[in-house]
Write a protein that binds this ligand. Structure first.
Ligand code: SF4
Length: 372
């Protein structure tokens, strides 16, 4: 027999050659068993998480970092240990406890959802993704996260971390946000039908611990085999992002009105819209067309404009506010403000923390107190 006619015998040939994505969950979950993060809302390994904790943390984590959420989660679960306790709390207390987390519509929906669960669902969260989606403030991502993490249902959970891992692993060329449906379909492809609680959390831990935005630790990564971005040596080139539109700047005036009892006038913002239902230092609307005249007062109230300005950035725009101390007596100013804003109330200066003031309003108060 000529040697060339002998079949080459590869010692690995007896093992089936599976595409790497088949073993993705297995490799990831083995890594997770050793490296999972301990988080206050997470159950210990092998234990079952409290759906209230899962829901609360997922709502808080939307647009907010884990480091920030930890303290808020502890505060909420100490004040309101159950969903029924949260439902019984006055909305104002919830908004005050939420102050600083931003996106205040989340806090109002959180309370609405707690009331729905406590009063109409015997204090039990639904387990099914479609049913969860009917709850106030629960969107596609949150429904999937609760269904899997709290109730062990198979669900395709895609947050920012998962988006990054998957877009790198498959080297998704399409930029975000257009690539979202494709990334979801690819995540579905690697989501196993076992360990439904653990898989999404393992993906999130991989994204936050190793597959980080700026310096991924590919050499430590349990799923580097088969990762297209790693193979291309271009991990940080993914996810591709569409160029951001520049944020516009809006301008406004805030009226700092103190009476002689050491109180300042606050009003409540309308329930709907930005910072809905939160307390505020009253002022003008925030407008982008003031660029030409600002900081000349476009004010309903005339007065002394304090030196300096307050800057704040929201998701969709930058804001610059100047603070005016009206000339007229406090009661007259209150009447003028009430003509343009509802629900004016005097708030003791030494007790401002008791009021649900969002971060921008805290900045305005600090600026006024330092410069008046
Ligand atoms: Fe992310 Fe690198 Fe792992 Fe690929 S190999 S998933 S880029 S950490």
């Amino acid at each position: 027999l000529h040697p060339c006619s002998m079949a080459y015998s590869d010692p690995r040939a007896s093992a089936p050659l599976l595409p790497p994505e088949v073993s993705f969950p297995q490799r990831l979950l083995t890594w997770y068993d050793r490296h999972r993060r301990e988080l206050p809302w997470r159950a210990a390994a092998g234990e079952v998480a409290d759906p209230y904790h899962v829901w609360l943390s997922e709502i808080m984590l939307q647009q907010t970092t884990v480091a920030t959420v930890r303290a808020y989660f502890e505060k909420f679960t100490t004040l309101w240990p159950t969903v029924r306790a949260l439902a019984d709390a006055p909305l104002d207390d919830v908004l005050t406890a939420w102050a600083g987390l931003g996106y205040y519509a989340r806090a109002r929906n959180l309370h609405k959802c707690a009331v729905e669960i406590a009063h109409n669902r015997q204090g039990q969260f639904p387990q099914d993704e479609a049913d969860l989606l009917t709850l106030p403030g629960v969107g596609t991502y949150t429904a999937a996260a609760i269904a899997s993490i709290a109730f062990d249902r198979r669900a395709v959970v895609v947050d920012g971390n998962v988006e990054r891992v998957v877009s790198r692993w498959y080297a998704v060329d399409e930029p975000l946000p257009q690539a979202k449906p494709r990334i979801k379909a690819l995540t579905d492809r690697i989501t196993p039908a076992q360990r439904n609680r653990d898989f999404p959390q393992a993906m999130m831990d991989l994204g936050s611990g190793l597959c980080t935005p700026r310096s991924p630790s590919c050499l430590l990564c349990p799923v580097s085999e088969g990762c297209q971005a790693f193979i291309m040596g271009a991990a940080t080139a993914f996810p591709k992002k569409a160029p951001k539109k520049p944020k516009p700047t809006r301008f406004g005036l805030a009226y700092w009105i103190e009476n002689d009892r050491g109180e300042v006038l606050l009003t409540r913002r309308p329930d709907k819209g930005l910072l809905g239902g939160m307390m505020e230092v009253p002022g003008t609307d925030w407008r982008s067309d003031w660029r030409a005249q600002w900081p000349d007062p476009q004010a309903e109230l005339s007065g002394t404009m304090l030196a300096g300005e307050v800057a704040h950035t929201f998701t969709h725009f930058h804001l610059r506010v100047r603070v005016v101390v009206p000339d007229c007596p406090a009661d007259g100013a209150k009447t003028a403000v009430e003509a343009i804003k509802k629900g004016a109330t005097w708030a003791p200066l030494e007790d401002l923390n008791r009021f649900a003031l969002p971060t921008i309003m805290k900045k305005i108060a600090r600026h006024a107190l330092e410069n008046r």
